[in-house]
Design a protein around this ligand. Structure first.
Ligand code: SAH
Ligand code: SF4
Length: 349
């Protein structure tokens, strides 16, 4: 069993077979509403808690736990029961508390600039393993209420479609998070975007564009060869038509690669035609990709250039840079692929 959060009410009832029916509700409330560990659901008798804890141990064991931005950003590397590692980042802002979750251990998409892509694919996560990241982060965010979830950790959520949709539904329906506060970030798997648009889930979609001509995008994001820009654009239109929700386009600004005047024109046209919002992120350097993020001045000029062309653009803050909180980097270092050693914390089990 990967995670207790893979069980729905009927599954919990089965796990509690022989117990009075109200115990199911107590366990449900403890796990989903209050976000407790089984051991902390003190409405249940101690012996029962112990048995459940043994049968369903937590799916996530902390291998590293680092805090930065004066306590406002916290990043974990979690080992799953089979030893695969993922990362989860909790970010606290004045007006919201956001967790960034992984949907896969590793990623098969192979984007050249991404540490997760460089490390390759290990396996899909289960819905419960995604939800457990959210609940664990929520517990650590208390007394603040965790309000937002972004699927921007390791993995391509739309390449693990069933897990992503089930996790979204359960976070919305069972955890009570607002659907529009759930953001799926995708590298651009066009048919899956269209399918997600038909699920009746008004979530937020971010598409990692990074280049708006096929030659450049082929080099940065290999899946572009399968779903080139014209196909991706069509999927984005379907999304907008079916959900009425504007798309965000993610653009990691890479010095001399996609921060040129020509790139600006191409992006402006792509974004304007979709009424999309653009999120600019200066590239976080990774060991396997020898390029730098754009300079601060260039980032600002690029943003201003988009705005002058009628595109709504913002620069995403680079939370957690000092702890490699972006994009698979901390998991990569704990797997021994680079020399930097993170602060290790004792595991929870
Ligand atoms: N697979 C999904 C979600 C995970 S990646 C996707 O690609 O959208 C989350 C975001 O981080 C994506 O926009 C991705 O392009 C970006 N990213 C990856 N590596 C990066 C790096 N080194 N610097 C800045 N952003 C990066
Ligand atoms: Fe995978 Fe996203 Fe990284 Fe590309 S950017 S390799 S899709 S995690």
């Amino acid at each position: 069993m990967p995670s207790l959060y893979d069980l729905d009410r009927a599954g919990l009832a089965e796990a509690l077979a022989g117990q009075p029916a109200f115990r199911v509700e107590q366990l449900w409330r403890g796990l989903w509403v209050e976000g407790r560990t089984v051991d902390e659901v003190t409405t249940l008798p101690a012996a029962l808690r112990q048995r459940l804890g043994e049968e369903y141990p937590p799916a996530l064991a902390a291998r590293a736990d680092v805090v930065t931005d004066r306590g406002a950003t916290r990043k974990w590397v979690f080992a799953l029961p089979d030893g695969a590692t993922i990362e989860t980042v909790l970010m606290t802002y004045p007006d919201r508390v956001t967790v960034c979750v992984s949907s896969q251990a590793g990623c098969a998409m192979g984007c050249s600039f991404c540490a997760t892509g460089q490390a390759g694919f290990t396996r899909h996560l289960t819905p419960g393993e995604v939800v457990e990241q959210v609940i664990t982060a929520a517990r650590h965010a208390a007394p603040r209420r965790l309000s937002h979830v972004v699927f921007m950790g390791m993995g391509e959520p739309l390449a693990n479609y069933a897990t992503t949709v089930t996790a979204l539904r359960r976070l919305h329906e069972d955890r009570g998070l607002s659907a529009r506060h759930l953001t799926v970030s995708s590298v651009g798997i066009a048919p899956a975007i269209e399918r997600l648009a038909a699920e009746g889930l008004p979530v937020t979609l971010a598409v990692s564009l990074h280049a708006a001509n096929d030659a450049d995008r082929d080099a940065l994001v290999p899946i572009n060869r399968r779903y080139p820009l014209e196909r991706l654009h069509r999927a984005c239109e379907v999304w907008f038509e079916r959900t009425g929700r504007r798309i965000s386009l993610e653009w990691a600004l890479i010095d001399g690669v996609n921060d040129t005047d020509q790139a600006l024109e191409e992006l402006a046209e792509f974004a304007r035609s979709l009424a999309a919002h653009v999120n600019l992120i200066p590239l976080n350097p990774t060991p396997g990709y020898l390029a730098q993020g754009s300079t601060r001045d260039r980032v600002r000029a690029f943003r201003d250039g988009l705005i002058a062309r009628g595109v709504n653009a913002t620069v995403r803050d680079t939370r957690g840079r000092s702890i490699d909180a972006a994009c698979g980097q901390l998991a990569a270092v704990t797997n021994g692929r680079t020399r930097r050693v993170p602060v290790a914390a004792p595991g929870r089990r």
